[in-house]
Design a protein around this ligand. Sequence first.
Ligand code: NAD
Ligand code: MG
Length: 386
Amino acid sequence: MKHLSILGSTGSIGVSTLEIVAGHPDRFRVVAMTAGRNLELFARQIRQFGPRIAAIASREDVPRLRELCAGLEVEILGGIEGLIAAATAEEAAMVVAAIVGAAGLVPTAAAIRARKDIALANKETLVTAGHLFMEMVSEYGVRLFPVDSEHSAVFQSIEGQRSQDISRIILTASGGPFLNTPSSQLAGVTVADALNHPNWSMGRKITIDSATMMNKGLEVIEARWLFDAPVEKIAVNIHPQSIVHSMVEYIDGCVIAQLGTPDMKAPIAYALSHPERVATGVKPLDLTTFSGLTFCKPDMEKFRCLGLAYRAINEGESMPAVMNAANEVAVEAFLGGRIGFVQIATVIERTMDAHRAHDLKSIEEVLLADRWGREKAREICLGLVN
Ligand code: NAD
Ligand code: MG
């Protein structure tokens, strides 16, 4: 029986994780879970999965959550201390890090320090503080399993191989809803258009990241740290069908890829059950039903965010954290109708232009860079509307 703590249980990844747990009550048990704001769903999950600890992001929500969970034997906590208590719950062997954004940093770091294995969905932790997280992973001797489908594919394609034999990691990208939209029409797209992802059903923030292709930029940075690969060896191929989840090319010319129906339950389950596999209910892949699987290079001029992510990782130090913060602010402003779609890249670029990259020696310093990036990006957003 593997005991799990799930950070972000009410999100898209959290809900899929719980579906897998519910399908395998003999293998997995939830001992702690956390949520942001969706109290009703969280209370239903607590009732169904019976964790010992349930933590909600805001302390103000604790009384209402206690009311909703009346009669249940659960310790209800709130605020960052509550999230940390859930992330470090004594019985948990593995923590599923599925909070969205830089808010996932502190609880995930606490879990590593408490020597929990990590199933990592929260890519922003590696984007903002990859070097610190990978150092902590080795210092505390924990295992880090990727949940992101591309990184799970790479992970599965390198098992049993020697890292010096890898010549390239090729991340695939669907290209999102605007793959075939001419650049000249991007300025007019709406929030609803951008949220309409062709292949994946995900949280709102990552769905917008997919539409701008910042998601793939974040994933290049994530891959750089997870697989200790120089960024020049990480390529991006557009593959609109999202069947090949990523590939690894070796020095002998062989390429190993992982394929499957696009459903996050598959990579989540592999992170939970590695090195074994468990049934997920994911629709079996029948390649004969496809008229073709296609691949092409991304249009870097149209998807400016992808280039900005390469720039951030090349400049290094605090730049990726600042870029990530600016992206979070810009995406929120776009979702709130305060800036247009193409202005997301503009806000990020101007924030990066205003930043002088510096060394980050601790998570606290990462959080300071994150705050700086947020403030600068908010200021730039205001300037754009006025
Ligand atoms: P989501 O928005 O659906 O869910 C996020 C979860 O985090 C929710 O439980 C929410 O309540 C909680 N949360 C939000 N803000 C919080 C805060 N400030 N403090 C504490 N909790 C907070 O997001 P998602 O799509 O499930 O994505 C989660 C993470 O996984 C992201 O980092 C995303 O990039 C990554 N990811 C998601 C997918 C996917 O298919 N959804 C795929 C790959 C990677
Ligand atoms: Mg992905």
